[in-house]
Design a protein around this ligand. Structure first.
Ligand code: HPA
Length: 271
């Protein structure tokens, strides 16, 4: 595994022009448009990167974008790997390990999520303050790679209080409403039953989705500072609202793009 990570990083490092790239961004469902605001220096298809899995889901691009955003050097993942697609947890999180090897110290993620907090409206943005890992397999299961991080990594402050504070300042300046809450990550790919949405609320979740948790765990294992925002694409607050589908999730994800881009740009420029 370590050798695979190093080989992928060795291939990619030639695109970094010996400059420091300390910020990584995962552009999640419906939020890939943020890529258009990046001053791109290199677009590298995942298929060209040794050992990289290849994205299969409709509407997900599979490129690594190397460039500048918010005045900083960034590496962005245009397309991520979901456990529900059939990838192993090692594959889902492999790119994050490569990013760390390339020098990334701060990771930004976005995702689409169903709102189970009844105060949330469709289209709201939620700062992820914490997560609940409901995936059936742990990305760090198996022999620990000591070179990457400790056997038993802590998960308090998994989502950087420092960046959350910056985000709140930026949201005030930009006049963008932000919610805060706990993201529950499940494997999918079916959406939840009403009973499951209720259960997620009862155990302390505010939003639910099918990504992010594995990547954050692996990033924290390696000491990467993390920040994430969920776009609330559907609400479970009433029986009429609880039905959702992939198109609705993507449509609402798209309407959030200008706000997400503005917010991420402001936060990153303040780092
Ligand atoms: N459940 C799980 N994942 C999701 C949802 C949901 O309701 N909405 C967007 N991603």
């Amino acid at each position: 595994m370590l050798q695979k990570i190093k080989n992928s990083a060795a291939y990619l490092s030639s695109f970094l022009d010996k400059e420091e790239y300390s910020i990584g961004i995962i552009l999640g469902t419906g939020l890939g448009e943020l890529g258009k605001s990046i001053e791109i220096r290199h677009t590298i298809p995942y298929s060209a990167i040794p050992n990289f899995p290849v994205s299969t889901v409709e509407g997900h691009k599979g490129n690594l974008l190397i460039g500048q955003f918010g005045g900083k050097n960034i590496i962005a993942m245009q397309g991520r790997f979901h456990f529900y697609e059939g990838y192993s947890m090692q594959e889902v999180t492999f790119p994050i390990r490569v990013l760390r090897q390339l020098g990334v110290k701060t990771l930004f993620v976005s995702n689409a999520a169903g709102g189970v907090n009844t105060n949330f409206l469709v289209g709201d943005l939620m700062i992820i303050t914490d997560h609940i890992n409901l995936f059936p397999e742990h990305p760090l299961r198996g022999k620990n790679i000591n070179e990457l991080g400790p056997r038993f990594p802590g998960m308090t402050d998994a989502y950087s209080p420092r960046i959350i504070q910056i985000a709140e300042e930026c949201s005030k300046e930009l006049g963008i409403k932000l919610q805060k809450g706990v993201y529950a990550g499940l494997q999918g790919p079916s959406f939840e039953t009403p009973a499951e949405y209720h259960w997620i609320r009862v155990i302390g979740g505010d939003a639910v989705g099918m990504s992010t948790v594995p990547e954050i765990i692996v990033a924290r294992h390696m000491g990467i500072e993390c920040f994430g925002i969920s776009v609330i694409t559907n609400s479970t607050a009433s029986p009429e609202l609880i039905k959702t589908n992939h198109e609705e999730v993507q449509d609402i994800g798209n309407t959030a793009q200008p706000r997400m881009t503005a917010l991420f740009q402001a936060i990153i420029s303040k780092l």
